[in-house]
Design a binder for this molecule. Structure first.
Ligand SMILES: *[C@@H]1O[C@H](CO)[C@@H](O)[C@H](O)[C@H]1NC(C)=O
Ligand SMILES: *[C@@H]1O[C@H](CO)[C@@H](O)[C@H](O)[C@H]1NC(C)=O
Length: 289
């Protein structure tokens, strides 16, 4: 091999390894820890895959090692297949002290052949009751799909396979609290909610089908990472793409047509439940919520 060719080869290798270290595709060993459930939560395939399982004795859960204050968090999940009635799989960011803030994705299992319900909610300063529920336009148990939370000072956008399904805007000007000062860890759990989850609790878990297993891969974090020592968060230089992101007209249109087809519950429309009137953000033009 001539020395210039050797140089080119080495140079190419260096560039390749540099790119690999920049394109961070998420390693569960580095980014999360199994929080509970003993052997029911597992990381394998060199950190590329994680599974949570649920049986009669225990569910399981993991949490991110870092806390985030604003960010875009993506994860790919493949949910419990078959008869998943009673199972609840979650992906959410809570902060409890001193106020309860939370951004929620929950997947409520169903009896075989019936669709999962995707449940979303937002808590800010202890106030929740902002549920929206959806059917999915695919079978979430057949393949991995990407579920994302984009959280910045202007809004929280929930995305499925990169398509926005819901946006919760910052309506502090209307007196509606918005989570923006408490850093959150990201949690994910698989647990038993048979008392309420499936068809209002009518369909119970069939434990003869246990263990129920959900798989995770490619946890991708673009976020401002909280430093407890400094008491502040530091943001990556790439933050501008998501830190300012709001839905443009085209994305709104997409989201609206998706909501028309697949949204099964909207707290803003539940007059029976909120007899005193729905929350204030519900009174702004439909386009904006
Ligand atoms: C389960 O399927 C039934 C029938 O299609 C549906 O009414 C229900 O919303 C689905 N989801 C849950 C969590 O029960
Ligand atoms: C991992 O997730 C990121 C963010 O959603 C995405 O851009 C990337 O294509 C995914 N990688 C794989 C291998 O699926």
């Amino acid at each position: 091999m001539s020395s210039s060719l050797e140089f080119v080869t080495i140079f190419t290798l260096l560039v390749a390894s540099y790119l690999l270290s920049v394109v961070h595709c998420g390693n569960f060993y580095d980014d999360v820890e199994i929080q509970w459930g003993g052997g029911h939560g597992k990381i394998f395939d060199n950190g590329k895959l994680l599974s949570l399982s649920l049986d009669k004795y225990s569910g399981s859960g993991f949490q991110s090692k870092s806390k985030y204050l604003f960010g875009r968090l993506d994860i790919q999940m493949k949910l419990v297949p078959g008869n998943s009635a009673g199972t609840v799989t979650t992906f959410y960011g809570p902060a409890m002290e001193p106020n309860h803030d939370e951004i929620d994705f929950e997947f409520l299992g169903n009896s075989s052949g019936n669709p999962y319900t995707l449940h979303t909610n937002v808590f800010a300063h202890g106030k929740g009751n902002k549920e929206m529920q959806f059917n999915l336009w695919f079978d979430p148990t057949q393949d991995f799909h990407t579920y994302s939370i984009l959280w910045n000072p202007k809004n929280i956008i929930f995305l499925v396979d990169n398509v926005p399904i819901r946006v919760f805007k910052n309506h502090e000007t209307l007196g509606v609290p918005f989570p923006k000062s408490q850093p959150m860890k990201l949690y994910s759990t698989l647990w038993n909610g048979e008392d309420w989850a499936t068809q209002g609790g009518k369909v119970k878990t069939d434990w003869s089908k246990a263990p129920f297993i959900a798989y995770y891969r490619n946890f991708t974090v673009n976020a401002c990472i909280w430093s407890p020592a400094e008491g502040q968060s530091s943001c990556p230089s790439s933050k501008n793409t998501w830190f300012r992101q709001e839905l443009d007209v085209e994305s709104y249109r997409k989201m609206r047509s998706l909501q028309k087809k697949y949204r099964t519950y909207n707290y803003c429309k539940d007059m029976m439940r909120f007899l005193g009137g729905t929350s204030r953000e519900c009174t702004v033009r439909e386009k904006d919520i």
